[in-house]
Design a protein around this ligand. Structure first.
Ligand code: ASP
Length: 407
């Protein structure tokens, strides 16, 4: 509360979202005009990223345990859980549908020549996993090593179970465990607030280096594919999600989007939903979403709800099919939809995770993995765009679940 009040009394250029928007524009310009200098200041961006990564595991664990415990009972956890999963599934399916419609209209693959196809980056075919393997990986056999490795999904599963059993037990010992977790969360959130102040510098440095490295030439060769993914993400982020936000979340999309700008811009420049989590939680609470809902929906969403990634998986797979002249019938397109959904759930909230998971989709419909070699050139920029969409969808979902919990 105090934060909102102090933010209001400050001149506009002290407000984080304006600083972040300025950093976005200035970062692009700097990277373009002074590539060597941009490369030189890149470490400032890495520093920002490391600070964010430093707090991810304790933040996920404490916020999920505290979120689940504050919901009070297994029944409320179940209710919020079902609503959350419903939102995730519906929004991700809509995103894939938009992508698939566009790829069938624009047909980007027909503008690509597989004779020029690059080769498969090393290690790709070994990085995918089957569904049973994926399910097994969700349950940690050693929670300490999962935490040490920064393996988010098993930590989430453990935290959810831990929180659930906190709600089931009573007594002073359990109360003090809950008190401890809540206390650690408060400290981590205070630390987050301090790190968040550095966002404009971090975003500026990361983006400047990215622009200096990529340049516009690469995008030109793959322009049809790039535009298909880009327009799909844009439609999902500016039409589909705002409609959901307005209809089911009861929020003004422009105002809510404005308040979420620091998180979305951080997602764009870091290409990591997980690294953005501290900022998303901060923005969500400042926008009035309940702490219990924020602490539950966002850590889960940062890992499993990836609308942008799912849209990209479907477009990339169908583009590769078109490139190789493989006609996919309706049942196979349905299989692409399903595997794109699963791949987006399985993708970690880190850069390039979606590209790695593309292997799963391609294998499911028997497409050549070498196709990845062609589209990889523009992956970083698309990664930034899909990550921003992923985070925006998580934040819209928080508003939707928050509204239903209020009733
Ligand atoms: N980088 C994305 C994220 O963190 C995942 C992906 O590669 O699609 O949300």
């Amino acid at each position: 509360m105090t934060d909102i009040n102090t933010q209001k009394s400050k001149p506009w250029y002290f407000k984080l979202h304006w600083q972040v928007l300025f950093a976005l524009v200035a970062g692009v310009a700097f990277g373009w005009l002074a590539p060597a200098a941009a490369e030189g200041i890149g470490f400032l961006g890495d520093l920002f990223l490391r600070l964010l990564k430093m707090i991810i595991i304790p933040l996920i664990f404490t916020s999920l345990v505290s979120g689940v415990a504050s919901l009070g009972s297994a029944r409320s956890v179940g209710r919020v859980g079902i609503r959350t999963v419903l939102y995730y599934t519906a929004s991700t399916t809509l995103a894939i549908a938009v992508g698939m419609a566009l790829v069938n209209i624009i047909k980007p693959g027909t503008h690509l020549n597989f004779a020029d196809a690059g080769s498969l980056p090393e290690g790709f075919s070994t990085t995918s996993s089957t569904l049973p393997e994926f399910l097994l990986r969700m349950v940690p056999d050693n929670i300490v090593s999962a935490m040490a490795a920064g393996d988010v999904l098993p930590v989430i599963v453990f935290a959810l179970l831990f929180g659930l059993f906190v709600t089931r037990l009573n007594g002073p010992n359990v109360d003090s465990v809950q008190g401890l977790v809540d206390g650690v969360l408060e400290v981590i959130q205070a630390l987050t607030l301090a790190i968040v102040k550095l966002a404009p510098v971090g975003i500026f440095a990361l983006l400047a280096r990215e622009v200096a490295r990529s340049g516009p030439g690469i995008i030109w060769d793959l322009r049809y594919y790039f535009v298909t993914v880009g327009v799909g993400l844009l439609i999902h982020a500016t039409v589909t999600l705002p409609i959901i936000l307005f209809t089911f979340g009861g929020r003004n999309p422009a105002r809510y989007g404005h308040a979420m700008a620091p998180a979305v811009a951080t997602a764009f420049s870091t290409a990591s939903s997980s690294a953005t989590l501290p900022l998303s939680m901060d923005c969500s609470e400042k926008a009035g979403n309940r702490r219990g809902v924020t602490s539950f929906v966002l850590p889960l969403g940062a890992t499993v709800n990836m609308d942008g990634t799912a849209l990209y998986e479907a477009v990339a797979a169908l583009t590769i099919a078109q490139m190789y002249g493989v006609a996919l019938e309706l049942p196979q397109q349905a299989l692409v939809l399903l595997t794109a959904l699963l791949a987006s759930v399985g993708a970690a909230g880190i850069p390039m995770a979606g590209l790695v998971m593309l292997v799963v989709v391609l294998q499911a419909v028997g497409l050549p993995l070498e196709g990845i070699g062609t589209i990889i050139a523009v992956d970083r920029v698309l990664d930034m765009m899909r990550t921003a969409t992923n985070v925006w969808s998580d934040l819209v979902g928080t508003a939707v679940v928050n509204r239903f919990e209020g009733q």
